[in-house]
Design a protein around this ligand. Structure first.
Ligand code: F6R
Length: 247
């Protein structure tokens, strides 16, 4: 695992955008695995800016997102499709027919997950998977205790994740209780993984996940076993880790 210490959130976002830009430049028809949440917003902003400057072209790129809430339609302001459209898809020249998320409105979980696995396989797998890190060590919606063997599956959100996501909803009861998520197996099959972490509130989990033992109780710890992972974290997130020089 290569670890970059960034001064702050903006520096982290710029470095992340550099890596994603390099991927798109080297292989314009690449498959990007994308994430939602607060962490990658700055990275998407950077990518949009580079697109407007004429430095990036997404016309041949395919994207597959990590996850989607079950039961939320695409036009619901809290759906992950809506988030991606708002922060990236509607702002660059990506072909929307090549942007994929699990279908939150498919009520049959087996059908939804099988369809999504088929899509990921049919596009040839993921070249670069972008990840954020949950406070409990989750990646995608793979919560502590998740098996490493699953591809896309339906999960029930942990209480901690419901609480963390509540900030985006009118009230706690509006937070969906289930989601479709790529499994750890899908994530680990990506050829390259880029994980971003920002903020002091993630300092404990960064240390546990990347400097502690590999265990299903901390899903992100499995990333230590992937052969091409880049972690970009800001100083606050790395404040409890061994000294890592700033890059
Ligand atoms: C998002 C996702 C989640 C988030 C994680 C961190 O698609 O799958 O695993 O990456 O919960 O969220 P933020 O960035 O909001 O702290």
């Amino acid at each position: 695992m290569r670890i970059y210490r960034a001064k702050d959130y903006d520096a982290m976002s710029r470095k992340a955008a550099n890596i994603i830009s390099a991927q798109v430049l080297i292989k314009p028809d690449c498959v990007l695995g994308l994430a939602t949440g607060s962490t990658p917003i700055g990275t998407y902003r950077e990518l949009v800016e580079r697109y407007h400057q004429g430095d990036l072209d997404f016309s041949e790129t395919t994207t597959v997102n990590l996850d989607e809430y079950k039961g939320l339609p695409r036009d619901n302001g809290q759906s992950y499709y809506y988030f991606m459209d708002q922060h990236l898809f509607s702002k660059v020249n990506i072909n929307k027919d090549r942007t994929f998320l699990p279908d939150g409105m498919e009520s049959d979980s087996d059908v939804a997950c099988q369809k999504y696995n088929d899509i990921i396989h049919s596009v040839g797998g993921i070249d670069l998977q972008l990840l954020g890190l949950g406070h409990n060590g989750h990646i995608g919606f793979n919560e502590p205790g998740s098996t490493y063997e699953k591809e896309t599956h339906c999960i029930t959100l942990s209480e901690r994740t419901i609480q963390a996501n509540m900030r985006f909803f009118a009230s706690e009861k509006d937070v969906p209780r289930q989601a479709y998520t790529m499994g750890v197996k899908t994530i680990m099959s990506a050829r390259k993984i880029l994980i971003l972490v920002s903020g002091e509130d993630k300092a404990d989990i960064v240390k546990t996940a990347f400097f502690g033992p590999v265990t299903p109780q901390v899903p992100a710890s499995i990333l230590q076993l992937h052969n091409d992972v880049v972690l970009i974290a800001d100083e606050a997130a790395l404040s409890k880790c061994p000294n890592i020089p700033q890059a």
